[in-house]
Write a protein that binds this ligand. Sequence first.
Ligand SMILES: *[C@@H]1O[C@H](CO)[C@@H](O)[C@H](O)[C@H]1NC(C)=O
Ligand SMILES: *[C@@H]1O[C@H](CO)[C@@H](O)[C@H](O)[C@H]1NC(C)=O
Ligand SMILES: *[C@@H]1O[C@H](CO)[C@@H](O)[C@H](O)[C@H]1NC(C)=O
Ligand SMILES: *[C@@H]1O[C@H](CO)[C@@H](O)[C@H](O)[C@H]1NC(C)=O
Ligand SMILES: *[C@@H]1O[C@H](CO)[C@@H](O)[C@H](O)[C@H]1NC(C)=O
Length: 400
Amino acid sequence: MVPQTRCQLIVFLACTVLLSLPSIDAGPTFECELQKRDDENVCVFRNVVYTKNLTGVTWKAPASKIQHVAFEESKLQTLPKSLLDAFPDLRSLDVPSANLSSVIIPANLERLYASNNMIKQIVVTDTRDRMKMLELILDSNHLHDVSNLTRLAKLEILSLSGNKELTDDGTLELGQFKGMDALRHLLLSDVDAYYVENEKDVSLPELELLDLSNNHLLTSSLRVKVFAPLKKLQILRLGHNQLNNVDVLRLTENNPQLKQIFLEGNHFKCDEQRLILDHLNKSGVEAPVNNRQPRCMLGFDQQDDMCCIATMPVGPPKTEMPKPPKPSNEESDQMTHGMSHSSSDTATGHGNERTTSTVTPPATVPKSNDGKNGAAMVTLGNNSWFGVLLVAAVAKLILF
Ligand SMILES: *[C@@H]1O[C@H](CO)[C@@H](O)[C@H](O)[C@H]1NC(C)=O
Ligand SMILES: *[C@@H]1O[C@H](CO)[C@@H](O)[C@H](O)[C@H]1NC(C)=O
Ligand SMILES: *[C@@H]1O[C@H](CO)[C@@H](O)[C@H](O)[C@H]1NC(C)=O
Ligand SMILES: *[C@@H]1O[C@H](CO)[C@@H](O)[C@H](O)[C@H]1NC(C)=O
Ligand SMILES: *[C@@H]1O[C@H](CO)[C@@H](O)[C@H](O)[C@H]1NC(C)=O
């Protein structure tokens, strides 16, 4: 009996030593704390610093089968594979503002919130049909190539807003999302887009909401036919761009299921804006305004809760022209599309005084040029309106 016990003791001691060995020379242990958030038990890691060359990290939790993990006040270069291995039941992961430069998306993860990082690279670990990802929030990162994301065939919500490297020379190609057949919401606000293309008429068959607000979209570069293949599109956000026209006639024809379009913060002339809104109303499309401006900038009037470029209905025939063409690349490119553009295509948000104070002698450029794009809906009234607008604007300026 005795030797046997001794033997057991030795084995026990040896095991203890062996087991404790890794924790002697291996990396740190991080432990999360359970917390209730929105009726879910989330295990929260705080103050974690993880670099790629850190080895032997142990990730611990006070319970098993953790499904939701969050990081706070942490810096992680990448999502540690060891973390994903430690939480095989993980369904959602929250890693905002953690200086991540890449992420790994394992097959079982359904939600990843990783805004405000430096993410350039995304690795998807499994085949298309095995990926369960439903919601991916990657605002304010540095993504350029999103082709790996197209393996996320079940993804319903994708936010890439604030990824300023997403466009190619200012062109946002909707075709890059080809294959994301379950996508319902695609948020592409503030990605420095001047143009939107859909060269291959990619359909995104379930897409209901497309957010293109806070970009630099210009009238002649926004061709509404790029939206035509999006057969379920209901909500289109175009607010805070530089549009002075939108071909709503074709838009509502192509996308009869459209329910809402957001247009505030653009450069419409008030009379054109009225026509646009009238047409939308007649077509049963709402044009809600999120942030009603209490005051409009000089040269802008308030109408239908939006600021638009002031226009008035009488006066000598004159027209306004943009300041000496100082075309940026985008603008010259735009000209090669054969659209001569008019006043409010100014590339900056500060162009308003410029627009209204620049008086040039009569009508060389008929206003309806831009209407080529804006098509049928806007036949601008008499040129004389602009004369009065100009006189009024100049008078306003003098008063200032
Ligand atoms: C690798 O780890 C060392 C500390 O062990 C650290 O000083 C260094 O910054 C790390 N390198 C990178 C690239 O993270
Ligand atoms: C963020 O990551 C970059 C490299 O990916 C590194 O150079 C930088 O020091 C990190 N910043 C912080 C605050 O950890
Ligand atoms: C795409 O995934 C592969 C591995 O599957 C990876 O090597 C590559 O860097 C990823 N590309 C991007 C842009 O994330
Ligand atoms: C159209 O205008 C009428 C009257 O202002 C309003 O009651 C209705 O809700 C509008 N329709 C849409 C789709 O906005
Ligand atoms: C434009 O002017 C013509 C006369 O020059 C006038 O007959 C017409 O009614 C005017 N149209 C508008 C919309 O003011």
